[in-house]
Design a protein around this ligand. Structure first.
Ligand code: PGA
Length: 235
């Protein structure tokens, strides 16, 4: 059984998100994998009702690095807990590209654990590196603040090379295995996920990597048939 996170991003309207959640409930509820759906903030309360009494869990796509205060437009981890979330993503590359720093991501992860939720911290290199040393260096810059903030608290680490997101490109199984082994060594408290062009076409090969505890699915999670296919290929 793997953790499969559906990250709807801002790909759908609220109505489309709730229709998809209803379809997921009908069609994916007996999957052997653990499904976590991350819709937009306005969809959370209604999605919670849809997924009530199912094994499907709810997640949010980000949260504030603060617990409370004058932060217009932000949402606290505690409010997300009260809205029914169990998981929260922190540091997705689409957040980092809007100048959210690794320090802020680490503070978000801390807020998430303090609210009793499970952080899914996303890291990934912005471009393909020539050497493993350069890759390590970029990943470590993102990881060290998280190590400092979370200490030994367990969390999920989603390795998502930015160049693989939404591009139909993935690292080779050999490259991915090497990077994941290094991540497991540096961060033994984390469960490892992979994200970046997880589709029906790439899932069979990706799911052979023993170090992986699951996947973060973006684009393909907003298409019921593709998502169902991915669920059926991963075990
Ligand atoms: P993708 O996105 O599956 O569309 O590549 C993954 C992600 O951004 O988490």
């Amino acid at each position: 059984m793997k953790l499969i996170i559906a990250n709807f991003k801002m790909q759908l309207t609220l109505h489309e998100e709730l229709t998809l959640c209803t379809d997921l409930k009908k069609e994916c509820v007996d999957s052997k994998n653990k499904i976590i759906v991350c819709p937009s903030f306005p969809a959370l309360l209604a999605a919670r009702t849809i997924f009530e009494k199912t094994e499907i869990s709810l997640g949010a796509q980000t949260c504030s690095e603060y617990n409370k205060g004058p932060y217009t437009g932000q949402v606290s981890a505690l409010s997300l807990a009260q809205a029914g979330c169990s998981y929260v993503l922190a540091g997705h590359s689409e957040q980092r590209s809007q100048s959210v720093t690794s320090q802020q991501v680490a503070q978000q992860a801390l807020q998430i654990t303090q609210a009793g939720l499970i952080p899914v911290v996303c890291i990934g290199e912005s471009k393909q590196h020539d050497t493993f040393t350069n890759l390590e260096k970029e990943l470590l810059e993102q990881l060290l603040p998280v190590h400092e903030a979370l200490g030994k608290t367990p969390f999920y680490l989603a390795y998502e090379p930015v160049w693989a997101i939404g591009t139909q490109k993935t690292p080779s199984i050999k490259e991915l295995t090497e990077t994941l082994a290094w991540l497991k060594f540096t961060t033994p408290t984390a469960g490892l996920l992979y994200g970046g062009s997880v589709t029906p076409e790439t899932s069979s090969a990706l799911q052979t990597i023993a170090l992986l505890n699951g996947f973060l699915v973006g684009g393909a999670s907003t298409n019921l048939q593709k998502f169902k296919k991915i669920l059926s290929l991963i075990h």
